[in-house]
Design a protein around this ligand. Structure first.
Ligand code: GLU
Length: 270
C-alpha cells in the first residue's frame, strides 16, 4: 500500500514537473513569437541599419560641411526605427548607390534600403518592397549651350546612366518609339555622370527627375520630357518577412495620417 502511494506520488510529481516545464516552454515561446527573428535581431542590436543615398538632395544627402545625412528617405528610416526601437535616432545610415543597394541587403549589412529604389517586377523577385511612398519619372539633364529641347534632338548622341538603374531601359524604349538611336555610357555614381556631361563625354545625363534636380546648375537644364513613371518603395531582404510587414504597415500608416505628404512638403518635393 505504502509502495503504491509512493508510486502514485512520484507519478504526480513527474506530471507536475512535466507540466511545469511545459508552462516554462510556452512562456519563452510566447516571447519568441512576439518578435520574429528578423525584428529581434534589430532589437538586440539596438539600431536599424539603413541604406540611403548620400548624393540625392532632399532624399538622402550628406552635407559635406557637417557630414550629416538627411532627407525625405532618412526621415522615413527614422520613423521605422521609432516603430521598432522606440527611438527615431537609432539608425545607422550607410551610403548606397543603385549598384550597391541590392548586394548590401543580400549580405545583411543593411536591414532596409530607402534609396530612390524603384519597385518593379524583376526586383520584386529578389527583394520585399513596401507599397510606394513616392512617384517620379525619368528625365534628361543637358547642357544649355547644346540647345536640345527634347529626346528627339538626341539622335546619335550618348547618354550617361547609372549602372543597375532603370534609366537605360526607360530611355531606350522612349527612343525606339521616336525612331531614334542613342547610345549609353554607364557609371557607378551620379557625380561621375555629371562630370562626364560637363566634359562632353556624354551629351545627356538621364535618371529620375528628383535625382537630376540635385545636379542642376547654371550651365544645365532638365528637359520637359518625362518617361516611365517610377514608384519608390522601401526594400528588405526576402525571408525577413516580419520586417517587410512592419515597414509596409509604417509606410501605409504614414500615408493615411498625412505624414508622408508633410515630409514631401518639408523636403520641397512634388
Ligand atoms: N530609381 C531608379 C532605380 O531604382 C534610378 C536609379 C537610382 O535610384 O539611383 O533604378
Amino acid at each position: 500500500m505504502k509502495k503504491k502511494l509512493v508510486a502514485a506520488l512520484s507519478l504526480l510529481l513527474v506530471i507536475g514537473l512535466l507540466s511545469g516545464c511545459g508552462a516554462a516552454q510556452t512562456k519563452s515561446g510566447d516571447t519568441g513569437s512576439k518578435d520574429a527573428p528578423d525584428i529581434k535581431a534589430i532589437k538586440d542590436r539596438g539600431v536599424l541599419k539603413v541604406g540611403v543615398k548620400v548624393d540625392v538632395p532632399n532624399f538622402g544627402y550628406k552635407d559635406p560641411k557637417t557630414n550629416k545625412i538627411d532627407g525625405f528617405e532618412v526621415d522615413l528610416a527614422k520613423a521605422i526605427a521609432k516603430k521598432i526601437l522606440g527611438n527615431a535616432e537609432k539608425v545607422d545610415l550607410q551610403a548606397v548607390t543603385a549598384k550597391t543597394r541590392g548586394p548590401l541587403l543580400d549580405s545583411g549589412e543593411v536591414d532596409i534600403v530607402a534609396a530612390t529604389f524603384t519597385i518593379n517586377e524583376e526586383r520584386k523577385k529578389s527583394y520585399n518592397f513596401s507599397d510606394p511612398y513616392y512617384t517620379d519619372s525619368v528625365g534628361l539633364l543637358v547642357k544649355k549651350a547644346a540647345g536640345y529641347t527634347g529626346l528627339k534632338d538626341l539622335n546619335g548622341k550618348t547618354i550617361g546612366v547609372a549602372q543597375s538603374s532603370t534609366s537605360k531601359k526607360a530611355i531606350k524604349e522612349a527612343a525606339d518609339k521616336l525612331g531614334i538611336k542613342v547610345s549609353f555610357l554607364e557609371f557607378n555614381t551620379y557625380p561621375e555622370i555629371k562630370a562626364a556631361l560637363d566634359s562632353g563625354r556624354v551629351d545627356a545625363f538621364s535618371v529620375d527627375k528628383s535625382i537630376l534636380s540635385g545636379y542642376l546648375d547654371a550651365s544645365t537644364v532638365i528637359l520637359p520630357d518625362s518617361f516611365s513613371p517610377q514608384e519608390y518603395g522601401i526594400a528588405s531582404k526576402k525571408g525577413n518577412d516580419a520586417l517587410a510587414k512592419l515597414v509596409n504597415d509604417t509606410v501605409n500608416e504614414m500615408k493615411k495620417s498625412g505624414e508622408i505628404d508633410n515630409l514631401i512638403k518639408k523636403w520641397s518635393l512634388k
